[in-house]
Design a binder for this molecule. Structure first.
Ligand code: 5GP
Length: 260
């Protein structure tokens, strides 16, 4: 049992009070949910992989000047983050039609979109995170127009960077979900990137085979969730290419070396 004060428990993460004011500890669970928590399960080791993958991605984004809540990874399942006031929106960035977009508009999954699409959903489990427009956001004051400008700007920057990063390791970045938060300095606030970026909130397809390397394996009962997450971590250089953890990729490397 932890004696730390728990601030919030979400579906895949727990937030604890941090060691200093303005900080929190983000703990990555192995729990997986889908379809607004109607489907629940556990993916053993997912939290460890997502902690590591998200650390890596947030660090790279920080290096190109995207402000994020990430401070440092503390251990296998925890990272130190800046406390933010979460903007109650899920910002979805899409490059290829899939999931909710395909269902809603009848566009075949896998269709390359003619331009990057940004959608906003209200973060509200009870309502099933409904799609909202910028008119709703302004009308109900969930974010002001200046903040929305910064959010859209950062979402596009993150998409450009991540599309390239994943393309370089043979992965097609289909879509992903971002969350943003406000940090206050006196009467002024600014928007920074929060939450996580991992196969839990991205659609990642193998560029050659189209194989799903993300949470859709869980959502659609495809199996092999951990192996898919490991594959993403391995291609990002976060897990050894060879070792006890033998996968199809490792087998291929083995075979090529042996047959030389
Ligand atoms: P869709 O709207 O097609 O279901 O999701 C679009 C993208 O956003 C997918 O990459 C999906 O993983 C992510 N996403 C949307 N809503 C959520 C959510 O509530 N939780 C998580 N983890 N990801 C989400």
């Amino acid at each position: 049992m932890s004696r730390r004060r728990q601030i919030y428990e979400g579906k895949a993460k727990i937030l604890y009070e941090g060691p200093e004011p303005g900080t929190l500890i983000q703990y990555f669970k192995d729990d997986a949910t889908a379809f607004n928590a109607q489907k629940k399960g556990t993916i053993n080791g997912k939290g460890v992989l997502n902690n590591r993958i998200s650390e890596h991605v947030f660090t790279l984004l920080g290096n190109i000047g995207v402000p994020t809540h990430f401070i440092r990874r503390l251990n296998m399942r925890e990272q130190l983050i800046r406390q933010v006031e979460i903007v109650p929106l899920e910002v979805i960035v899409r490059n290829v039609a899939a999931g909710g977009l395909s269902k809603r508009l009848g566009i075949e999954e896998g269709t390359q979109l003619p331009r990057t699409l940004i959608e906003y959903c209200l973060k509200d489990d009870a309502l099933g995170d409904p799609l909202v427009t910028e008119e709703h956001i302004a009308c109900f004051g969930w974010a002001n127009p200046e903040e929305m400008h910064d959010i859209a700007d950062m979402a596009i920057r993150v998409n450009d960077f991540l599309s390239g990063l994943f393309a370089g390791i043979g992965i097609r970045l289909v879509d992903f979900k971002l969350e943003f938060g406000r940090i206050w300095d006196g009467d002024y606030s600014r928007i920074i990137l929060a939450d996580e970026i991992s196969p839990d909130n991205c659609r990642l397809w193998d560029a050659a085979t189209g194989e799903k390397l993300d949470k859709d394996r869980f959502r659609r009962d495809l199996g092999g969730e951990v192996e898919a997450y490991q594959e993403v971590a391995r291609r990002l250089g976060l897990l050894p290419a060879e070792g006890a953890d033998t996968t199809v990729l490792d087998m291929e490397t083995h075979r090529k070396k042996r047959d030389k």
